[in-house]
Design a protein around this ligand. Structure first.
Ligand code: ISL
Length: 588
Protein backbone atom coordinates (compact mmCIF):
# COMPACT_ATOMS: atom_id res chain seq x y z
CA UNK A 1 0.00 0.00 0.00
CA UNK A 2 2.01 2.96 -1.23
CA UNK A 3 2.32 6.05 0.95
CA UNK A 4 0.58 8.82 -0.87
CA UNK A 5 -0.87 11.16 1.71
CA UNK A 6 0.84 14.17 3.26
CA UNK A 7 0.36 12.73 6.75
CA UNK A 8 2.29 9.64 5.66
CA UNK A 9 5.20 11.22 3.81
CA UNK A 10 5.50 14.38 5.90
CA UNK A 11 6.50 15.24 9.46
CA UNK A 12 4.14 16.70 12.07
CA UNK A 13 5.25 19.46 14.46
CA UNK A 14 3.39 20.13 17.72
CA UNK A 15 2.93 23.74 18.75
CA UNK A 16 1.90 24.49 22.32
CA UNK A 17 0.36 27.90 21.62
CA UNK A 18 0.95 29.40 25.08
CA UNK A 19 4.67 28.87 24.59
CA UNK A 20 5.43 29.43 20.92
CA UNK A 21 5.34 33.15 20.15
CA UNK A 22 3.70 36.03 21.96
CA UNK A 23 2.57 38.94 19.81
CA UNK A 24 -0.21 40.41 21.90
CA UNK A 25 -2.73 39.69 24.59
CA UNK A 26 -6.43 40.55 24.84
CA UNK A 27 -5.41 44.12 25.70
CA UNK A 28 -3.14 44.63 22.74
CA UNK A 29 0.14 44.40 24.64
CA UNK A 30 2.36 41.31 24.74
CA UNK A 31 1.31 39.42 27.86
CA UNK A 32 3.92 36.67 28.12
CA UNK A 33 1.53 34.08 26.66
CA UNK A 34 1.82 32.94 23.05
CA UNK A 35 -1.02 33.41 20.56
CA UNK A 36 -2.31 32.57 17.08
CA UNK A 37 -0.76 35.61 15.39
CA UNK A 38 2.50 34.50 16.95
CA UNK A 39 2.21 31.13 15.24
CA UNK A 40 1.43 32.86 11.94
CA UNK A 41 4.53 35.00 12.37
CA UNK A 42 6.63 31.85 12.71
CA UNK A 43 5.25 29.83 9.80
CA UNK A 44 8.32 30.63 7.71
CA UNK A 45 10.40 28.96 10.39
CA UNK A 46 8.30 25.80 10.16
CA UNK A 47 8.42 25.83 6.38
CA UNK A 48 12.21 26.26 6.47
CA UNK A 49 12.56 23.51 9.05
CA UNK A 50 10.78 21.31 6.55
CA UNK A 51 7.78 19.89 8.37
CA UNK A 52 4.52 19.14 6.57
CA UNK A 53 2.02 20.03 9.27
CA UNK A 54 1.58 21.77 12.56
CA UNK A 55 -0.67 20.45 15.29
CA UNK A 56 -1.79 23.22 17.61
CA UNK A 57 -2.78 22.40 21.20
CA UNK A 58 -6.23 23.82 22.15
CA UNK A 59 -6.94 27.51 21.68
CA UNK A 60 -10.73 27.39 22.21
CA UNK A 61 -12.49 29.58 24.79
CA UNK A 62 -11.60 28.08 28.14
CA UNK A 63 -11.35 28.97 31.83
CA UNK A 64 -7.84 27.46 31.45
CA UNK A 65 -8.20 25.11 34.39
CA UNK A 66 -6.13 22.71 32.25
CA UNK A 67 -4.71 25.33 29.86
CA UNK A 68 -7.31 24.82 27.18
CA UNK A 69 -7.99 21.10 27.62
CA UNK A 70 -11.13 22.33 29.40
CA UNK A 71 -13.15 23.65 26.48
CA UNK A 72 -16.05 26.05 27.06
CA UNK A 73 -16.92 26.50 23.38
CA UNK A 74 -15.83 23.99 20.75
CA UNK A 75 -16.21 26.42 17.86
CA UNK A 76 -14.55 29.56 19.17
CA UNK A 77 -11.15 31.09 19.86
CA UNK A 78 -10.14 32.23 23.32
CA UNK A 79 -9.35 35.98 23.40
CA UNK A 80 -6.08 35.09 25.10
CA UNK A 81 -5.00 33.51 21.80
CA UNK A 82 -6.74 35.84 19.35
CA UNK A 83 -9.91 35.89 17.27
CA UNK A 84 -11.59 33.56 14.76
CA UNK A 85 -10.25 35.88 12.05
CA UNK A 86 -6.73 35.40 13.40
CA UNK A 87 -7.27 31.68 13.03
CA UNK A 88 -8.52 32.02 9.45
CA UNK A 89 -5.46 34.12 8.70
CA UNK A 90 -3.16 31.53 10.24
CA UNK A 91 -4.79 28.77 8.22
CA UNK A 92 -4.58 30.71 4.95
CA UNK A 93 -0.94 31.64 5.54
CA UNK A 94 -0.08 28.04 6.44
CA UNK A 95 -1.77 26.69 3.32
CA UNK A 96 0.04 29.26 1.20
CA UNK A 97 3.25 27.61 2.41
CA UNK A 98 1.78 24.12 1.85
CA UNK A 99 1.76 23.57 5.58
CA UNK A 100 -1.16 21.58 6.98
CA UNK A 101 -2.93 22.60 10.16
CA UNK A 102 -4.16 19.99 12.65
CA UNK A 103 -6.40 21.04 15.52
CA UNK A 104 -6.41 19.51 18.95
CA UNK A 105 -9.96 18.36 19.67
CA UNK A 106 -11.03 17.46 23.21
CA UNK A 107 -14.02 15.12 22.95
CA UNK A 108 -13.86 13.26 26.27
CA UNK A 109 -14.74 16.18 28.52
CA UNK A 110 -15.75 19.81 28.37
CA UNK A 111 -15.12 22.60 30.83
CA UNK A 112 -17.49 22.71 33.80
CA UNK A 113 -18.23 26.23 32.48
CA UNK A 114 -19.44 24.96 29.10
CA UNK A 115 -23.13 25.94 28.66
CA UNK A 116 -23.90 22.22 28.16
CA UNK A 117 -22.61 21.36 31.60
CA UNK A 118 -24.19 24.39 33.25
CA UNK A 119 -27.51 23.16 31.88
CA UNK A 120 -26.80 19.56 32.73
CA UNK A 121 -26.07 20.31 36.36
CA UNK A 122 -29.00 22.72 36.75
CA UNK A 123 -31.53 19.95 37.45
CA UNK A 124 -32.06 16.23 37.11
CA UNK A 125 -34.85 16.95 34.61
CA UNK A 126 -32.79 19.15 32.36
CA UNK A 127 -32.75 17.84 28.75
CA UNK A 128 -28.95 17.90 28.84
CA UNK A 129 -28.74 15.96 32.12
CA UNK A 130 -27.76 12.83 30.22
CA UNK A 131 -25.05 14.64 28.22
CA UNK A 132 -22.69 14.00 31.13
CA UNK A 133 -22.22 11.02 33.42
CA UNK A 134 -24.32 11.47 36.54
CA UNK A 135 -24.64 8.74 39.16
CA UNK A 136 -26.38 8.32 42.49
CA UNK A 137 -24.45 7.84 45.68
CA UNK A 138 -23.95 4.17 46.57
CA UNK A 139 -26.59 2.83 48.96
CA UNK A 140 -25.45 3.26 52.53
CA UNK A 141 -24.51 0.29 54.68
CA UNK A 142 -25.02 2.37 57.79
CA UNK A 143 -27.03 5.29 59.09
CA UNK A 144 -24.36 7.93 59.19
CA UNK A 145 -22.15 8.01 56.05
CA UNK A 146 -23.32 11.08 54.10
CA UNK A 147 -24.25 10.58 50.45
CA UNK A 148 -21.37 12.79 49.28
CA UNK A 149 -18.93 10.25 50.69
CA UNK A 150 -20.57 7.24 49.05
CA UNK A 151 -18.75 7.30 45.68
CA UNK A 152 -20.47 5.40 42.84
CA UNK A 153 -17.34 3.29 42.24
CA UNK A 154 -13.57 3.25 42.70
CA UNK A 155 -12.52 5.03 39.50
CA UNK A 156 -9.68 7.51 39.88
CA UNK A 157 -8.96 10.78 38.13
CA UNK A 158 -5.77 10.80 36.04
CA UNK A 159 -4.89 13.96 37.94
CA UNK A 160 -5.28 12.45 41.41
CA UNK A 161 -8.18 11.70 43.73
CA UNK A 162 -11.52 10.10 42.89
CA UNK A 163 -13.01 10.59 39.42
CA UNK A 164 -16.31 11.66 41.02
CA UNK A 165 -17.46 15.04 42.33
CA UNK A 166 -20.64 15.50 44.33
CA UNK A 167 -23.13 18.08 43.17
CA UNK A 168 -24.90 19.55 46.23
CA UNK A 169 -27.82 20.95 44.32
CA UNK A 170 -28.96 17.88 42.42
CA UNK A 171 -27.51 15.34 44.86
CA UNK A 172 -25.66 13.19 42.38
CA UNK A 173 -22.03 12.65 41.44
CA UNK A 174 -20.59 13.52 38.03
CA UNK A 175 -17.65 11.72 36.47
CA UNK A 176 -14.40 13.45 35.54
CA UNK A 177 -11.44 11.44 34.28
CA UNK A 178 -9.27 14.53 34.83
CA UNK A 179 -9.95 17.68 36.90
CA UNK A 180 -13.32 18.31 38.54
CA UNK A 181 -13.49 21.26 36.12
CA UNK A 182 -13.41 18.74 33.23
CA UNK A 183 -16.65 16.72 33.43
CA UNK A 184 -16.74 13.70 31.07
CA UNK A 185 -19.30 13.80 28.30
CA UNK A 186 -21.65 10.86 27.76
CA UNK A 187 -20.63 9.49 24.35
CA UNK A 188 -23.41 6.88 24.52
CA UNK A 189 -25.85 9.74 24.05
CA UNK A 190 -26.54 10.32 20.31
CA UNK A 191 -27.14 14.03 20.92
CA UNK A 192 -23.64 14.38 22.33
CA UNK A 193 -22.19 12.63 19.30
CA UNK A 194 -24.15 14.84 16.94
CA UNK A 195 -23.04 17.98 18.75
CA UNK A 196 -19.40 16.91 18.68
CA UNK A 197 -19.50 15.94 15.03
CA UNK A 198 -21.10 19.32 14.36
CA UNK A 199 -18.14 21.03 16.01
CA UNK A 200 -15.75 18.93 13.94
CA UNK A 201 -17.63 19.92 10.77
CA UNK A 202 -17.37 23.57 11.78
CA UNK A 203 -13.56 23.40 11.64
CA UNK A 204 -13.44 21.05 8.63
CA UNK A 205 -15.65 23.47 6.70
CA UNK A 206 -13.25 26.21 7.70
CA UNK A 207 -10.45 24.22 6.11
CA UNK A 208 -8.45 22.49 8.84
CA UNK A 209 -6.49 19.43 7.73
CA UNK A 210 -7.38 17.14 10.58
CA UNK A 211 -7.61 16.56 14.30
CA UNK A 212 -5.51 15.20 17.10
CA UNK A 213 -8.14 13.68 19.37
CA UNK A 214 -7.42 14.06 23.04
CA UNK A 215 -7.56 10.85 25.15
CA UNK A 216 -9.36 9.01 22.38
CA UNK A 217 -9.20 5.67 24.22
CA UNK A 218 -11.21 6.99 27.16
CA UNK A 219 -14.42 8.10 25.42
CA UNK A 220 -16.65 5.18 26.36
CA UNK A 221 -17.08 3.90 29.91
CA UNK A 222 -18.50 0.64 31.17
CA UNK A 223 -22.27 0.96 31.04
CA UNK A 224 -22.62 -0.67 34.47
CA UNK A 225 -19.94 1.55 36.03
CA UNK A 226 -18.28 -1.48 37.57
CA UNK A 227 -15.42 -1.04 39.99
CA UNK A 228 -11.98 -1.39 38.49
CA UNK A 229 -10.13 -4.45 39.70
CA UNK A 230 -7.57 -3.67 42.38
CA UNK A 231 -4.14 -3.16 40.86
CA UNK A 232 -1.51 -4.73 43.09
CA UNK A 233 1.30 -2.85 41.36
CA UNK A 234 -0.53 0.48 41.37
CA UNK A 235 1.94 3.33 41.65
CA UNK A 236 0.34 6.70 41.25
CA UNK A 237 3.62 8.43 40.46
CA UNK A 238 4.94 5.91 37.97
CA UNK A 239 2.35 6.54 35.24
CA UNK A 240 3.06 3.12 33.85
CA UNK A 241 1.12 2.76 30.62
CA UNK A 242 2.88 -0.34 29.41
CA UNK A 243 0.87 -2.88 31.36
CA UNK A 244 -2.66 -3.38 30.21
CA UNK A 245 -5.17 -3.50 32.99
CA UNK A 246 -8.66 -4.58 32.12
CA UNK A 247 -10.19 -1.42 33.55
CA UNK A 248 -13.77 -0.37 33.03
CA UNK A 249 -13.13 3.31 32.29
CA UNK A 250 -10.76 2.99 29.33
CA UNK A 251 -10.42 1.19 25.99
CA UNK A 252 -14.02 -0.07 25.96
CA UNK A 253 -15.14 -1.89 22.78
CA UNK A 254 -17.71 0.78 21.87
CA UNK A 255 -14.93 3.32 21.43
CA UNK A 256 -13.99 1.85 18.05
CA UNK A 257 -17.43 2.60 16.66
CA UNK A 258 -17.00 6.26 17.56
CA UNK A 259 -13.54 6.41 16.04
CA UNK A 260 -15.03 4.96 12.84
CA UNK A 261 -17.75 7.61 12.86
CA UNK A 262 -15.17 10.37 13.24
CA UNK A 263 -13.11 8.90 10.46
CA UNK A 264 -16.10 8.58 8.15
CA UNK A 265 -16.89 12.22 8.77
CA UNK A 266 -13.35 13.33 7.89
CA UNK A 267 -13.36 11.16 4.79
CA UNK A 268 -16.27 13.11 3.31
CA UNK A 269 -14.03 16.17 3.04
CA UNK A 270 -11.77 16.91 0.10
CA UNK A 271 -8.11 17.80 0.32
CA UNK A 272 -7.50 21.41 1.33
CA UNK A 273 -4.47 21.66 -0.98
CA UNK A 274 -5.62 19.35 -3.77
CA UNK A 275 -4.64 21.65 -6.61
CA UNK A 276 -1.20 22.53 -5.31
CA UNK A 277 0.12 19.11 -4.36
CA UNK A 278 3.06 17.81 -6.31
CA UNK A 279 2.47 14.93 -8.71
CA UNK A 280 4.79 12.56 -6.89
CA UNK A 281 3.01 12.75 -3.53
CA UNK A 282 -0.45 13.15 -4.96
CA UNK A 283 -2.63 10.07 -5.32
CA UNK A 284 -4.64 9.59 -8.47
CA UNK A 285 -8.01 11.08 -7.57
CA UNK A 286 -9.69 8.05 -9.11
CA UNK A 287 -7.92 5.63 -6.77
CA UNK A 288 -8.36 7.44 -3.50
CA UNK A 289 -10.91 10.14 -4.22
CA UNK A 290 -11.32 12.56 -1.38
CA UNK A 291 -10.64 9.90 1.22
CA UNK A 292 -8.09 10.29 3.95
CA UNK A 293 -6.68 13.64 3.05
CA UNK A 294 -7.80 15.03 6.37
CA UNK A 295 -6.07 13.20 9.13
CA UNK A 296 -7.48 11.60 12.28
CA UNK A 297 -4.87 11.25 15.00
CA UNK A 298 -5.63 9.63 18.33
CA UNK A 299 -3.88 10.31 21.61
CA UNK A 300 -3.83 6.77 22.94
CA UNK A 301 -1.70 5.45 25.78
CA UNK A 302 -2.09 1.69 25.41
CA UNK A 303 0.20 -1.30 24.93
CA UNK A 304 0.89 -2.08 21.26
CA UNK A 305 -1.65 -4.92 20.77
CA UNK A 306 -4.48 -2.70 22.02
CA UNK A 307 -3.08 0.41 20.34
CA UNK A 308 -3.09 -1.00 16.80
CA UNK A 309 -6.78 -1.86 17.11
CA UNK A 310 -7.41 1.88 16.83
CA UNK A 311 -6.52 1.70 13.14
CA UNK A 312 -9.90 0.01 12.87
CA UNK A 313 -10.71 -2.72 10.43
CA UNK A 314 -11.87 -2.84 6.82
CA UNK A 315 -15.22 -4.23 7.96
CA UNK A 316 -16.32 -2.00 10.81
CA UNK A 317 -19.25 -0.14 9.40
CA UNK A 318 -19.61 3.38 10.72
CA UNK A 319 -23.18 4.43 11.34
CA UNK A 320 -23.26 7.64 9.24
CA UNK A 321 -23.50 5.89 5.88
CA UNK A 322 -21.00 8.20 4.31
CA UNK A 323 -18.25 5.86 3.26
CA UNK A 324 -17.62 5.82 -0.46
CA UNK A 325 -18.21 2.25 -1.59
CA UNK A 326 -15.70 2.61 -4.43
CA UNK A 327 -12.87 3.15 -1.94
CA UNK A 328 -10.20 0.46 -1.75
CA UNK A 329 -11.00 -2.34 0.66
CA UNK A 330 -7.65 -1.85 2.35
CA UNK A 331 -8.85 1.40 3.81
CA UNK A 332 -9.19 0.92 7.53
CA UNK A 333 -12.09 2.38 9.44
CA UNK A 334 -10.21 3.89 12.37
CA UNK A 335 -7.67 6.56 13.17
CA UNK A 336 -5.05 7.24 10.50
CA UNK A 337 -2.43 7.69 13.19
CA UNK A 338 -3.10 6.26 16.64
CA UNK A 339 -0.17 7.95 18.37
CA UNK A 340 2.56 5.50 19.28
CA UNK A 341 4.21 6.74 22.48
CA UNK A 342 6.25 3.61 23.15
CA UNK A 343 9.59 5.25 22.36
CA UNK A 344 8.82 7.70 25.18
CA UNK A 345 7.81 5.02 27.61
CA UNK A 346 10.58 2.51 27.07
CA UNK A 347 14.06 2.37 28.52
CA UNK A 348 16.54 4.09 26.21
CA UNK A 349 18.23 0.81 25.29
CA UNK A 350 18.87 -0.83 21.92
CA UNK A 351 17.19 -4.15 22.69
CA UNK A 352 14.06 -2.52 24.12
CA UNK A 353 13.70 -0.18 21.15
CA UNK A 354 14.39 -2.90 18.57
CA UNK A 355 11.68 -4.92 20.24
CA UNK A 356 9.17 -2.11 20.03
CA UNK A 357 9.86 -1.51 16.34
CA UNK A 358 9.65 -5.21 15.44
CA UNK A 359 6.58 -5.90 17.53
CA UNK A 360 4.81 -2.82 16.19
CA UNK A 361 5.64 -3.66 12.57
CA UNK A 362 4.33 -7.20 13.08
CA UNK A 363 1.13 -6.06 14.74
CA UNK A 364 0.18 -3.36 12.21
CA UNK A 365 -2.89 -4.48 10.25
CA UNK A 366 -2.63 -4.43 6.44
CA UNK A 367 -2.93 -0.87 5.20
CA UNK A 368 -2.03 0.70 8.55
CA UNK A 369 0.61 3.40 8.55
CA UNK A 370 3.06 3.50 11.48
CA UNK A 371 3.99 6.57 13.50
CA UNK A 372 6.29 7.50 16.35
CA UNK A 373 6.39 10.27 18.95
CA UNK A 374 9.33 11.25 21.17
CA UNK A 375 7.91 14.16 23.12
CA UNK A 376 4.84 16.19 23.93
CA UNK A 377 3.49 18.72 26.42
CA UNK A 378 2.74 16.00 29.00
CA UNK A 379 6.16 14.30 29.05
CA UNK A 380 9.59 15.30 30.35
CA UNK A 381 11.69 16.81 27.55
CA UNK A 382 13.57 14.36 25.36
CA UNK A 383 16.97 15.99 26.04
CA UNK A 384 16.33 15.75 29.79
CA UNK A 385 15.26 12.12 29.62
CA UNK A 386 18.25 10.84 27.68
CA UNK A 387 20.83 13.67 27.56
CA UNK A 388 21.97 15.99 24.76
CA UNK A 389 24.16 13.46 23.00
CA UNK A 390 21.46 10.81 22.86
CA UNK A 391 18.92 13.47 21.86
CA UNK A 392 20.79 13.59 18.55
CA UNK A 393 20.63 9.82 18.26
CA UNK A 394 16.91 10.03 19.02
CA UNK A 395 16.45 12.61 16.26
CA UNK A 396 18.11 10.29 13.77
CA UNK A 397 16.01 7.38 14.99
CA UNK A 398 12.71 9.24 14.84
CA UNK A 399 13.38 10.71 11.40
CA UNK A 400 14.69 7.53 9.79
CA UNK A 401 12.08 5.08 11.06
CA UNK A 402 9.27 3.92 8.82
CA UNK A 403 6.17 5.94 9.58
CA UNK A 404 5.14 9.47 10.42
CA UNK A 405 7.25 11.26 13.04
CA UNK A 406 5.74 13.88 15.32
CA UNK A 407 8.13 16.51 16.72
CA UNK A 408 7.52 18.54 19.85
CA UNK A 409 8.40 22.23 19.49
CA UNK A 410 11.83 23.06 20.89
CA UNK A 411 13.14 19.51 20.75
CA UNK A 412 14.87 20.56 17.53
CA UNK A 413 16.86 23.00 19.70
CA UNK A 414 17.60 20.50 22.45
CA UNK A 415 15.54 22.46 24.99
CA UNK A 416 15.59 20.74 28.39
CA UNK A 417 13.07 20.63 31.22
CA UNK A 418 13.09 23.95 33.04
CA UNK A 419 12.80 23.49 36.81
CA UNK A 420 9.89 25.32 38.40
CA UNK A 421 10.12 26.67 41.94
CA UNK A 422 7.33 25.31 44.18
CA UNK A 423 5.59 28.69 44.41
CA UNK A 424 5.67 29.15 40.62
CA UNK A 425 3.78 26.02 39.58
CA UNK A 426 1.26 26.67 36.77
CA UNK A 427 0.15 23.14 35.91
CA UNK A 428 -3.23 22.44 37.51
CA UNK A 429 -2.55 18.71 37.58
CA UNK A 430 0.48 19.42 39.77
CA UNK A 431 -1.41 21.92 41.92
CA UNK A 432 -4.11 19.30 42.45
CA UNK A 433 -1.73 16.98 44.24
CA UNK A 434 1.48 18.90 44.91
CA UNK A 435 4.70 16.92 44.84
CA UNK A 436 2.89 13.66 44.12
CA UNK A 437 3.01 13.32 40.39
CA UNK A 438 5.23 15.52 38.36
CA UNK A 439 4.10 18.86 37.02
CA UNK A 440 4.15 19.41 33.28
CA UNK A 441 5.44 23.00 33.39
CA UNK A 442 9.10 21.99 32.85
CA UNK A 443 8.43 20.73 29.30
CA UNK A 444 6.22 23.71 28.38
CA UNK A 445 8.86 26.46 28.58
CA UNK A 446 8.78 29.09 25.83
CA UNK A 447 10.30 28.58 22.41
CA UNK A 448 13.72 30.21 21.95
CA UNK A 449 14.00 32.27 18.80
CA UNK A 450 16.87 34.77 19.02
CA UNK A 451 19.70 35.98 21.24
CA UNK A 452 17.69 38.87 22.72
CA UNK A 453 15.81 39.40 25.98
CA UNK A 454 13.19 36.68 26.46
CA UNK A 455 14.73 35.00 23.41
CA UNK A 456 12.23 36.74 21.14
CA UNK A 457 9.35 34.73 22.60
CA UNK A 458 7.89 37.94 23.94
CA UNK A 459 9.08 41.53 24.35
CA UNK A 460 11.81 42.43 26.83
CA UNK A 461 9.43 44.03 29.30
CA UNK A 462 6.78 41.27 29.29
CA UNK A 463 6.96 38.42 31.78
CA UNK A 464 6.92 34.98 30.05
CA UNK A 465 4.28 32.74 31.66
CA UNK A 466 7.00 30.15 32.33
CA UNK A 467 10.76 30.65 32.64
CA UNK A 468 13.02 30.05 29.63
CA UNK A 469 15.70 27.39 29.31
CA UNK A 470 18.66 29.35 30.78
CA UNK A 471 20.87 28.38 27.85
CA UNK A 472 18.76 30.54 25.52
CA UNK A 473 21.66 32.82 24.48
CA UNK A 474 23.38 29.80 22.86
CA UNK A 475 20.58 27.43 21.90
CA UNK A 476 18.02 29.81 20.36
CA UNK A 477 17.04 28.98 16.77
CA UNK A 478 18.84 31.90 15.14
CA UNK A 479 22.17 31.20 16.84
CA UNK A 480 21.95 27.46 16.18
CA UNK A 481 21.06 28.01 12.53
CA UNK A 482 24.47 29.69 12.08
CA UNK A 483 26.22 26.70 13.57
CA UNK A 484 26.52 23.88 11.02
CA UNK A 485 27.09 21.34 13.82
CA UNK A 486 24.16 22.25 16.07
CA UNK A 487 21.35 19.84 16.89
CA UNK A 488 19.07 22.22 14.97
CA UNK A 489 21.25 21.73 11.87
CA UNK A 490 21.02 17.98 12.40
CA UNK A 491 17.21 18.18 12.42
CA UNK A 492 17.22 20.26 9.24
CA UNK A 493 19.45 17.76 7.46
CA UNK A 494 17.36 14.83 8.61
CA UNK A 495 14.15 16.51 7.54
CA UNK A 496 15.64 17.41 4.15
CA UNK A 497 16.88 13.86 3.56
CA UNK A 498 13.54 12.47 4.57
CA UNK A 499 11.80 14.69 2.03
CA UNK A 500 14.31 13.93 -0.72
CA UNK A 501 14.37 10.16 -0.48
CA UNK A 502 11.34 8.00 -1.21
CA UNK A 503 13.02 5.28 0.81
CA UNK A 504 13.03 7.39 3.96
CA UNK A 505 9.50 8.74 3.72
CA UNK A 506 7.75 5.75 2.18
CA UNK A 507 10.10 2.79 1.96
CA UNK A 508 10.24 -0.38 3.98
CA UNK A 509 12.18 -1.25 7.09
CA UNK A 510 14.18 -4.44 7.54
CA UNK A 511 16.72 -6.20 9.75
CA UNK A 512 15.92 -4.30 12.92
CA UNK A 513 18.57 -5.52 15.34
CA UNK A 514 20.21 -4.75 18.65
CA UNK A 515 23.87 -5.65 19.15
CA UNK A 516 24.73 -4.59 22.68
CA UNK A 517 24.16 -0.83 22.70
CA UNK A 518 23.97 -0.67 18.94
CA UNK A 519 20.57 -0.34 17.29
CA UNK A 520 20.58 -0.92 13.56
CA UNK A 521 18.11 -1.31 10.73
CA UNK A 522 17.84 -0.93 7.00
CA UNK A 523 15.44 1.18 5.00
CA UNK A 524 14.49 -0.29 1.67
CA UNK A 525 13.35 1.47 -1.46
CA UNK A 526 9.61 1.38 -2.23
CA UNK A 527 8.65 -0.37 -5.51
CA UNK A 528 8.38 2.86 -7.51
CA UNK A 529 11.08 4.68 -5.53
CA UNK A 530 14.52 6.02 -6.43
CA UNK A 531 16.03 2.67 -5.30
CA UNK A 532 18.43 4.13 -2.75
CA UNK A 533 18.63 1.89 0.30
CA UNK A 534 19.91 3.09 3.66
CA UNK A 535 21.57 1.56 6.69
CA UNK A 536 21.01 3.22 10.04
CA UNK A 537 23.44 2.53 12.90
CA UNK A 538 22.84 4.14 16.27
CA UNK A 539 25.09 3.89 19.31
CA UNK A 540 22.79 4.22 22.29
CA UNK A 541 25.58 3.69 24.78
CA UNK A 542 28.50 5.56 26.31
CA UNK A 543 31.24 3.44 24.81
CA UNK A 544 32.74 3.12 21.40
CA UNK A 545 31.33 0.28 19.29
CA UNK A 546 33.06 -1.59 16.50
CA UNK A 547 30.88 -3.60 14.15
CA UNK A 548 30.42 -4.50 10.50
CA UNK A 549 28.32 -2.83 7.87
CA UNK A 550 27.66 -3.09 4.15
CA UNK A 551 29.66 -0.85 1.85
CA UNK A 552 28.27 2.58 1.20
CA UNK A 553 28.61 6.33 1.69
CA UNK A 554 27.98 8.16 4.96
CA UNK A 555 25.11 10.52 4.24
CA UNK A 556 24.77 11.97 7.73
CA UNK A 557 26.19 11.54 11.22
CA UNK A 558 24.70 12.81 14.45
CA UNK A 559 27.80 14.93 15.09
CA UNK A 560 27.65 16.24 11.52
CA UNK A 561 31.17 15.23 10.66
CA UNK A 562 32.58 12.60 8.33
CA UNK A 563 29.79 13.05 5.81
CA UNK A 564 30.74 11.69 2.38
CA UNK A 565 33.24 9.15 3.66
CA UNK A 566 33.09 5.58 2.42
CA UNK A 567 32.41 2.57 4.59
CA UNK A 568 32.91 -1.10 3.86
CA UNK A 569 35.65 -2.61 1.68
CA UNK A 570 36.73 -1.16 -1.63
CA UNK A 571 35.47 -4.22 -3.48
CA UNK A 572 31.98 -3.44 -2.18
CA UNK A 573 31.92 -6.10 0.51
CA UNK A 574 31.06 -5.36 4.16
CA UNK A 575 33.76 -3.89 6.35
CA UNK A 576 34.47 -2.87 9.90
CA UNK A 577 33.11 0.38 11.25
CA UNK A 578 33.52 2.22 14.54
CA UNK A 579 30.90 4.40 16.19
CA UNK A 580 31.76 6.87 18.94
CA UNK A 581 29.64 6.96 22.09
CA UNK A 582 26.31 8.47 21.18
CA UNK A 583 27.09 8.45 17.48
CA UNK A 584 24.55 7.67 14.81
CA UNK A 585 25.22 7.04 11.13
CA UNK A 586 23.02 7.17 8.10
CA UNK A 587 24.64 5.30 5.24
CA UNK A 588 23.41 5.09 1.65
O1 ISL B 1 -2.85 8.94 32.13
C1 ISL B 1 -2.13 9.83 32.41
C2 ISL B 1 -1.50 9.88 33.72
O2 ISL B 1 -2.03 8.89 34.54
C3 ISL B 1 -1.78 10.90 31.46
O3 ISL B 1 -0.66 10.54 30.74
C4 ISL B 1 -2.95 11.19 30.54
O4 ISL B 1 -3.21 10.10 29.76
C5 ISL B 1 -2.62 12.33 29.67
O5 ISL B 1 -2.29 13.39 30.52
C6 ISL B 1 -3.78 12.73 28.77
O6 ISL B 1 -3.41 13.91 28.18
C7 ISL B 1 -4.30 14.73 27.48
O7 ISL B 1 -5.51 14.98 28.16
C8 ISL B 1 -5.43 15.74 29.34
C9 ISL B 1 -4.56 17.01 29.18
O8 ISL B 1 -4.30 17.57 30.43
C10 ISL B 1 -3.26 16.70 28.49
O9 ISL B 1 -2.50 17.87 28.33
C11 ISL B 1 -3.62 16.04 27.20
O10 ISL B 1 -2.51 15.83 26.37
C12 ISL B 1 -6.83 16.12 29.69
O11 ISL B 1 -7.45 16.73 28.59
Amino acid sequence: FPATQWWQTGVIYQVYPRSFQDTSGPHGQPDGVGDLNGITARLDYLAALGVAALWISPFYPSPMADFGYDVADYTGVDPLFGTPEDFDHLLAEAHKRKLRVILDFVPNHSSDQHPWFLESRSSRQNPKRDWYLWRDAKPSGDDWTPARERLPNNWMSHFGGPAWTWDEKTEQFYLHSFLAQQPDLNWRNPEVRAAMYGAMRFWLDRGVDGFRMDVLWLLIKDEFFRDNPPDPAFDDAAHDHTRHLAVHNADQPGTHQIVAEMRALLDTYPDTLAASQTRRLDPEPSTLGPRSNRVLIGEIYLPLPELVRYYGSPTLNPSPKEIDSTAPATNLSGANLPFNFHLIQTRWAAEAIANIIRTYEELLPPGAWPNYVLGNHDQPRLASRIGQKQARVAAMLLLTLRGTPTLYYGDELGIEDVPIAPGQVQDPAEKNEPGKGRGRDPERSPMLWVDAPNAGFTTADAQPWLPLDARWPEINAATQSRNPKSIFSLYRHLLALRRQHDTLHSGGIADVQAEGNLLRYRRTSPPDGDSTDFQVLLNLGNDMITTHCAAGTVVLTTMLDGVGSMVGKEDGSPGEITLEAGEGLLIA
